[in-house]
Design a protein. Structure first.
Length: 232
């Protein structure tokens, strides 16, 4: 777990850099965590005790640079402070280590399987998720769980995360007009939660079905000599 051996006077999030000014290497590093966040914004719309950061710095010591995962999820924190939202995630302010971090491996290897793995373990991040679309012989999605201070690779796709109450896995689908493999959230039975676009399509389909049933009922009433427009 994180050792809070920190100076007495600590800067706030507003006083710290909100970016390391390093551009992403691949568009997927924004789109994949962006999709996961978009699903949560609907799935947990009524909850105010979580935060999902995308390409946001995590500060663990004021004298050290922030760690910037592609995405991370924290539970038990305020959804937002005010209309300015968070510029960064400062551990000595939040007092909550992220439950899950996500790294999307790009053509420019960024030590996801070595240095970052050790960093997240030292911080006490429970789940470390790595996705590499270019893998051929090994699974493209790896979910590591922190057990006794060391990460253990979890089997399966999707992988159920009981402490979070979600599963995470990969499957082919369409997002932002691109059909490919994406990461999604799942329920405990392994059923994938729909994307925002899919939810809209499902709602439209239900509305069409309801209208069709209403029209069929109206036709049946007319066949019985009843005018449905005059029913009270």
């Amino acid at each position: 777990m994180l050792n809070y051996n920190l100076p007495r006077y600590l800067p706030s999030a507003e006083e710290l850099p909100d970016s390391d000014d390093t551009p992403v290497d691949n568009e997927l590093q924004e789109l994949i965590p962006g999709l996961l966040k978009a699903i949560l914004l609907i799935l947990w719309a009524d909850r105010m005790d979580w935060f999902f950061g995308v390409d946001m710095g995590i500060y663990y010591h004021p004298d050290e640079p922030a760690i910037v995962p592609d995405g991370f999820l924290s539970l038990g924190v305020e959804r937002f402070y005010d209309e300015e939202l968070r510029p960064s995630y400062v551990l000595w302010d939040e007092n909550v280590v992220p439950s899950l971090v996500l790294e999307v491996v790009s053509p420019n290897y960024r030590k996801e399987y070595t240095t970052k793995l050790d960093q997240y373990a030292e911080l006490g991040v429970l789940y470390y998720v790595i996705y590499s679309s270019r893998r051929r012989r090994k699974p493209r999605l790896e979910v590591h769980k922190l057990v006794n201070g060391r990460y253990e690779l979890q089997a399966g796709n999707p992988v159920w995360l009981p402490e979070i109450g979600l599963g995470i896995g990969c499957d082919r689908g369409n997002y932002s007009g691109v059909t490919r493999e994406w990461l999604y959230w799942y329920d405990e039975e392994g059923k994938r939660y729909p994307t925002p676009k899919e939810q809209i399509q499902q709602a439209e389909q239900r509305a069409q079905q309801a209208e069709q049933r209403a029209q069929l009922l109206a036709e049946q009433l007319r066949a019985l000599g009843i005018d449905p427009d005059n029913l009270v």
